[in-house]
Design a protein around this ligand. Structure first.
Ligand SMILES: [Zn+2]
Length: 421
């Protein structure tokens, strides 16, 4: 049994984020929250105490694990980035000692930044993917991960044979999807339609359906890619049209970026129940553009947030959420004719970082909120003390804009205290 004490932040919905001061949160030996009550005094032995806050752990729904140590290298176009950073970063994963070190560094980085669930792409190597899952299992974080799939137009050494790659991915999914009491899940992960054949895309879609796994890829990320795609698939209007034809638009599909989706395409994503992963820091870092979050929300699409490390330089998810707000504001003030709609609020940002993301991933019955019966994926943080003097909605805002990784004192996943080694 573990006992936490502090102010509980409870994102309920996009428009409702509650602040509950002086709460005791008890976690039973199975790692679930078994009691939440208010108390005037800090119970003996409690983690946190006066001035501490208890937040649901952050959920990062799109990132590239092999690029963990390629963050913040500015000045490359999307194509140059692919050639110079992405491929080189992944090539190293043919060596198991490198995988061991980098994945451990990555997990420590996630813990230090309060990310309790990470949805990540791996390298195209089955052994490295297997090893990655072993490390995720051992270190105790929650993860949705998958081997990168690509069988066309990629450097020698990274390209796969279609059948072999799909077979390896299937075996990895059979081994790891639902492993560690459901803490780990598998995502079939085709890199892009430019580096995958139709057989690979169809195969990944079919296997993810059959095994009830996730399917993750990118969509409408950059103008250069959209152009190249038109040459590669002249019979399809764009990548979304192609994905629909390949059977890839499902409720368990996560599409990263979506900067250039049109109104009809946003409706199509919403109708399919597919999740769009908004990566505002990466979209700007790579000079790809600004995704219109408000338009996607109005279309009714499920939206989660992704750091898109390392095309996004920052793994700290509250800063990704702040960028989502700032991007929406920039789009609004520069719109011609002028627009007057509300942009996303700090409450909505907290929701997208936690419960909203859990809903999009189909995990909301287990994680995403501090509620009785939930698995205890949570953070104990110590924000600047003046925040406690504000009114609750100001607290929700100020906490988002001022919270820093150094203020995180404890990271729990399924009730276990994790350490950044
Ligand atoms: Zn990406």
């Amino acid at each position: 049994m573990l006992t936490l004490f502090g102010t509980v932040l409870r994102p309920q919905s996009p428009s409702d984020c509650r602040v509950l001061p002086n709460m005791v949160v008890r976690i039973d030996d199975s790692g679930r929250i078994c009691e939440i009550s208010s108390a005037s005094q800090v119970p003996a032995g409690a983690i946190g105490g006066d001035g501490a806050w208890i937040l649901p752990g952050f959920i990062d729904s799109h990132l590239h694990l092999p690029q963990w140590d390629r963050r913040g290298i500015d000045g490359l176009s999307h194509c140059q980035w692919q050639e110079k950073m992405v491929y080189q970063a992944e090539e190293r994963f043919s060596d198991s000692a490198t995988v061991e070190k980098l994945v451990n560094d990555f997990v420590s980085g996630m813990i230090a930044n309060g990310t309790t669930t990470a949805v990540s792409f791996g390298s195209p190597f089955p052994a490295a993917t297997d090893k990655t899952f072993e490390i995720l299992e051992k270190r105790g974080v929650r993860g949705i991960h998958g081997m990168m799939l690509n069988d066309a137009n990629c450097p020698v050494g990274l390209g796969q044979k279609t059948d072999e790659a799909l077979e390896s991915a299937k075996q990895l999914a059979a081994r790891w999807h639902g492993a560690a009491n459901g803490r780990l899940s598998y995502a079939f992960s085709p890199r892009s339609p430019l580096t995958c054949s139709e057989e690979m895309l169809r195969g990944a879609a079919a296997l993810s359906q059959m095994l009830r796994c996730y399917l993750q890829t990118n969509v409408a990320e950059s103008i250069a890619e959209e152009k190249a795609l038109r040459d590669a698939y002249p019979d399809n209007i764009d990548d979304l049209d192609l994905y629909a034809e390949m059977g890839m638009l499902t409720p368990r599909t996560l599409l990263g970026h979506g900067v250039f989706l049109t109104r009809q395409q946003r409706d199509q994503v919403a109708r399919a129940g597919t999740t769009l992963v908004h990566c505002p820091t990466a979209n700007l870092f790579m000079e790809n553009g600004m995704m219109d979050y408000v338009a996607h929300r109005s279309a009714g699409a499920k939206i989660a947030l992704g750091s898109s490390v390392a095309a996004g330089p920052d793994p700290f998810m509250p800063r990704v959420a702040i960028e989502a707000i700032q991007t929406a504001k920039a789009l609004k003030v520069h719109a011609i004719p002028r627009r007057s709609y509300p942009v996303l609020t700090p409450a909505e940002a907290w929701w997208m970082l936690t419960k909203g993301a859990a809903e999009a991933l189909g995990l909301a019955s287990r994680i995403g909120s501090i509620d009785v019966g939930m698995e205890a994926d949570c953070l104990v943080v110590r924000p600047e003390p003046w925040i406690a003097e504000l009114d609750p909605q100001e607290q929700v805002s100020a906490l988002l804009y001022t919270i820093a990784p150094e203020q995180i004192e404890q990271v729990l996943v399924a009730g276990k205290q994790l350490v950044a080694e």
